[in-house]
Design a protein around this ligand. Structure first.
Ligand code: PMP
Ligand code: GLU
Length: 397
């Protein structure tokens, strides 16, 4: 029988991308949909980055790059990690890939064997679970609810560790919750990891630059565990470069080599032009990154104040990234005519159809009581979206 592999059959379609596609299709039909589903900056790539890409084309960057990336870019990453994070890495510890998503997949495939456990604090970003599945590992979720600001405690971490634990994967600032682990909170987790020297710590820092409370804290700063931390980052969010598809890891050499080996057979590395554009992003003027962060901050404040007015939405202030993650379970069981909302997925579909606002169900992130709204959109669009959501919710009795 002709059919796809069990590996692909067992995988979920990315719900963030699926919802975004659905709203694109509705727009194409002439429906005025406001898309708060996908998490990507609505800003355009800074001009100096675009110019660097044009120059790279002129300079015939049209050939394969070295598999782990051009030395210029890997050196720019090393410089960035020193300058912004005070972390010491060498060029051969950096592997550039087609977005941080591939960086995570490479790292996972490189360390996880069939049946190995990967601990993931929940809520988590949608692709973590599927990437672990692809690597034939078993995801072990550690739940963190709204009352604990969606962050796990050291006790919870330690309780989840078994003899089969191979890796730990988390994001801070977090997608979908916007929570940040403080230096002290990271240190408390490190104190647990110190007792378990065989666990690889994968730290997804893609939202590093979208932080409203101060300096970014990386778990790689702790010398006790640095030799088994994989820092994952990229240019998608901080430089408004989602479509350029450049992400990277900074990792122990053995993991960096394994990732290079894997992508040497899978993709041959990332686009040469996009890599040269990323050098300009990392080494050039950082003021657009700061101004985008400030714009997100203002929108966060406006959207949060408006969202608090919606009956049945319980919300706390996210400290980074560009998502609002209200708890909406109070609305479950309510109806509009013959339609009853029994889950976050029901609510997300109801808002799409009734209010023409695209959101993402919390179920996609392991939090069925919540709903994700991205505020990486203009203030006017956001205000209009929330007005529509409020009107639709008020119809639920
Ligand atoms: N990690 C997190 C938490 C994300 O939200 C994203 C956004 N897509 C990624 C990784 C991947 O980013 P990209 O592949 O665009 O670099
Ligand atoms: N990370 C973004 C999101 O969560 C982009 C979409 C994706 O890559 O899943 O919406």
């Amino acid at each position: 029988m002709l059919k796809v592999s069990d590996r692909i059959a067992a995988m979920e379609i990315s719900p963030t991308l699926a919802m975004s596609q659905k709203s694109r299709e509705m727009k194409a039909q002439g429906i005025d949909v406001i898309n708060l589903s996908v998490g990507e900056p609505d800003f355009n790539t800074p001009d100096h980055v675009k110019k660097a890409a044009q120059q790279a084309i002129e300079d015939n960057y049209s050939h394969y790059s070295p598999v782990p990336g051009f030395v210029e870019l890997r050196q720019a990453v090393v410089n960035k990690l020193k300058r912004e994070n005070n972390l010491d890495f060498t060029v051969d510890q950096i592997v550039v890939s087609n977005g941080a998503k591939q960086s995570i997949a490479n790292a996972m495939m490189s360390v996880v064997n069939k049946g190995d456990e990967v601990i993931i604090p929940s809520p988590f970003w949608v692709s973590y679970s599927e990437i672990v599945k692809l690597a034939e590992g078993t995801a072990v979720y550690v739940p963190a609810n709204l009352d604990q600001d969606f962050k796990i405690t050291p006790e919870q971490l330690e309780n989840a560790i078994t003899a089969n634990t191979k890796a730990f994967l988390f994001s801070s600032p977090s997608n979908p919750t916007g929570s940040l682990y403080s230096k002290e909170e990271l240190k408390a987790l490190v104190d647990v990891f110190v007792k378990y020297p065989d666990i690889v710590i994968m730290s997804d820092e893609i939202y590093e630059h979208i932080n409203y409370v101060g300096a970014h804290e990386s778990i790689a700063q702790f010398a006790e565990i640095k030799d088994r931390v994989v820092v994952i980052n990229g240019v998608s969010k901080g430089y408004a470069m989602t479509g350029w598809r450049i992400g990277y890891i900074a990792a122990p050499l053995w993991i960096a080599k394994a990732c290079g080996k894997l992508q040497g057979q899978m993709t041959s590395g990332a686009s040469s032009v996009a890599q040269m554009a990323s050098v300009a992003a990392l080494e050039g003027d950082q003021s657009t990154t700061v101004s985008m962060r400030n714009a997100f901050h203002k929108r966060r404040d406006l959207a949060l104040a408006q969202l608090k007015e919606i009956p049945g939405f319980e919300i706390r202030e996210p400290k980074g990234a560009f998502y609002l993650f209200p708890q909406v379970s109070e609305l479950f069981g309510k109806s509009n005519g013959s339609l009853t909302i029994n889950s976050s997925t029901d609510l997300s579909l109801y808002l799409l159809e009734q209010a023409n606002v695209a959101t993402v169900t919390g179920e996609a992130f392991g939090a069925p009581e919540c709903l994700r709204l991205s505020y990486a959109t203009s203030e006017e669009q956001m205000a209009e979206a929330i007005r529509r959501i409020k009107a639709a919710i008020e119809k639920l009795k």
